[in-house]
Design a protein around this ligand. Structure first.
Ligand SMILES: Cc1cc2nc3c(=O)[nH]c(=O)nc-3n(C[C@H](O)[C@H](O)[C@H](O)COP(=O)(O)OP(=O)(O)OC[C@H]3O[C@@H](n4cnc5c(N)ncnc54)[C@H](O)[C@@H]3O)c2cc1C
Length: 508
């Protein structure tokens, strides 16, 4: 009897599959629960920062007198470090995993992400030099194709939709972080205000006193209080957990999404695909592939639903034999079959599957602790804005601290202002990424689905506004404004005053 996936090849792709892929797969702004680094050897020994350090080196143009502990050297933590160090603050950056520049396993961060106008603009606020150091590690693309079958695809985004803007930069998360780390060290390692500790986790923190405990291997280190503890530590944030224990009014939802993901890396883009475009390819039985060109060949994010389909056999995640995995992937995704080989199949089975989660919080700050990026608002899919919005958070926080604390305001008040500005953005992005929820009711949901689909087709004829994905990627309009424009489908979005009073109530 033939293996079950051989039968899948014969099934046509349905429009429903294509729309589902479009809804769930575009950009994959998901945060996936990645495995922790195994080797706990410390590369740089942490030591404590002076509290209320005065940034006094002669090079700094300003002197933001703050000591900041940043948990997580992902995109948000690294950009925040750049911005605060430029402003004169002292920064201790702790990262649970190994240095991405020397870590060859790259488990959990070997995926490509797309930096649109939001991310690029945010990075550029730290200086054109930083952007120039990142750009060569990425691949510029302004094409997005949605495939309905192996022979039929539509262009969801073309250079014409870009209105003369710089194209999106497709870049491995590890390459982005490596370039930002190189530049951080080149600019600030001589300042005496930067300390980086890899393979060191923030274990716990006290948002009220500003103290924290770090863990490196078996070793624990208690740090004296700092002015700000920045939670840039992703979906499973320890800083968020510390706020939850200290603040009775804090509400945080972390919801795992159904489905799993693995990443395939190819030396070249598959021959049947436009090598300059991003491709959303629905497969059979709820699978989808999201294939992107990068500066180092192609990257495919393979998604599948975990539930076993009795008709189709084991899910992709259950396959342990590389030959079987290669056959299954070829059958699911004929368009990428030529790029699959024994090596990529081995890579696939050796990898631990990741799962996306949604994170939603009612405040992003309490006391001296503050949340950014995925730690505050992971969207778990769809909009390709996770990294872009994380970078925006870093800019907003750094600028508020510089402006408010620089002019004598209390740090905690400045953090509360950040929360009031960014919570509406995080909630709006979540709505836009997931579409109208149960509370919107079936009529609005159906209307939204139909309008999005028809709107996308009309926009291809030059009628109406571009698809939401294009608006998010190519405009700097705030997420709340884009969300409020869609009240008809989602229901009313809370006003700024309502957000503010909820934050005040939660943190009182
Ligand atoms: C497959 C995939 C595709 C994606 N595609 C896109 C895209 O196209 N566009 C886009 O904008 N976004 C995309 N995203 C989302 C994007 O990667 C995230 O939103 C973004 O990385 C969030 O940045 P961050 O700095 O907040 O968190 P992270 O990137 O998650 O970084 C958090 C860091 O904190 C470290 N850490 C965790 N806990 C601790 C601790 N206790 N102590 C110290 N360190 C800790 C982690 O090791 C990690 O390095 C994608 C995500 C995935 C998984």
């Amino acid at each position: 009897m033939s293996a079950p996936w051989r039968r899948w090849r014969r099934r046509p792709w349905s429009t429903a599959d294509a729309i589902l892929c479009c809804a769930l797969g575009l950009g994959l702004a998901a945060a996936f629960v990645g495995p922790a680094a195994k080797d706990a050897a410390t590369l740089h020994r942490p030591s404590s920062l002076p509290s209320r350090a005065r940034g006094g080196d002669s090079d700094s143009q300003s002197s933001l007198a703050l000591s900041v502990l940043i948990a997580g050297a992902g995109p948000s933590g690294l950009l925040l470090a750049h911005r605060l160090l430029s402003a004169g603050a002292s920064v201790h950056l702790v990262e649970g995993r190994r240095d991405p520049r020397t870590d060859k396993s790259l488990e959990g961060r070997a995926y490509a992400l797309g930096l649109g106008i939001r991310g690029r603009t945010a990075i550029r606020t730290a200086g054109e030099k930083l952007w120039a150091s990142i750009k060569p590690s990425g691949f510029a693309s302004e094409r997005f194709k949605l495939h309905f079958s192996p022979t039929f695809a539509i262009d969801l985004r073309t250079p014409e939709d870009n209105n003369g803007l710089e194209p999106s930069l497709l870049i491995y998360q590890s390459d982005l972080c490596s370039a930002m780390l190189d530049e951080l060290e080149a600019s600030f390692s001589g300042s005496g205000r930067l300390q980086i500790s890899f393979e060191t986790r923030l274990k716990s923190a006290d948002p009220v006193s500003g103290s924290a405990v770090l863990q490196s291997g078996e070793e624990l280190e208690e740090l004296p209080p700092v002015d700000v503890i920045a939670g840039c530590d992703g979906v499973n944030s320890a800083v968020r957990a510390s706020i939850a224990s200290a603040c009775p009014g804090f509400k945080a939802e972390q919801t795992p999404l159904p489905g799993s993901l693995k990443v395939l890396r190819f030396p070249q883009m598959p021959e049947k695909l436009d090598p300059t475009a991003v491709h959303a390819i629905p497969g059979k039985s709820g699978t989808s592939a999201f294939v992107e060109p990068t500066a180092r060949g192609g990257c495919a994010l393979i998604n599948w639903r975990d539930a076993k389909d009795p008709e189709t056999g084991p899910s992709l995640g259950d396959l342990v034999d590389p030959t079987e995995a290669q056959e299954a992937l070829e059958a699911y995704f004929p368009l990428i079959a030529d790029a699959l080989d024994a090596e990529s199949a081995k890579q696939f089975v050796a990898q631990k599957a990741s799962r996306a989660s949604i994170v939603k919080c009612n405040t992003y700050s309490f006391g001296r602790a503050v949340l950014l990026g995925d730690a505050a608002h992971s969207t778990g899919g769809a909009s390709g804005q996770g990294c872009n919005s994380a970078l925006q958070d870093s800019v907003v926080l750094a600028e508020l601290l510089q402006k408010e604390v620089g002019t004598g305001r209390d740090v905690e008040e400045a953090l509360a202002l950040y929360s009031k500005k960014q919570v509406p953005e995080g909630h709006a992005l979540l709505d836009l990424s997931l579409g109208p929820g149960e509370t919107a009711g079936p009529v609005r949901r159906a209307l939204y689905g139909a309008t999005s689909f028809v709107g996308t087709l009309l926009s291809k004829l030059g009628l109406g506004e571009p698809p939401l994905q294009t608006v998010l990627t190519t405009s700097l309009t705030s997420f709340s404004e884009i969300r409020r424009d869609r009240d008809l489908y989602f229901g009313a979005f809370p006003s700024q005053a309502e957000f503010e009073s909820e934050i005040e109530r939660a943190t009182a």
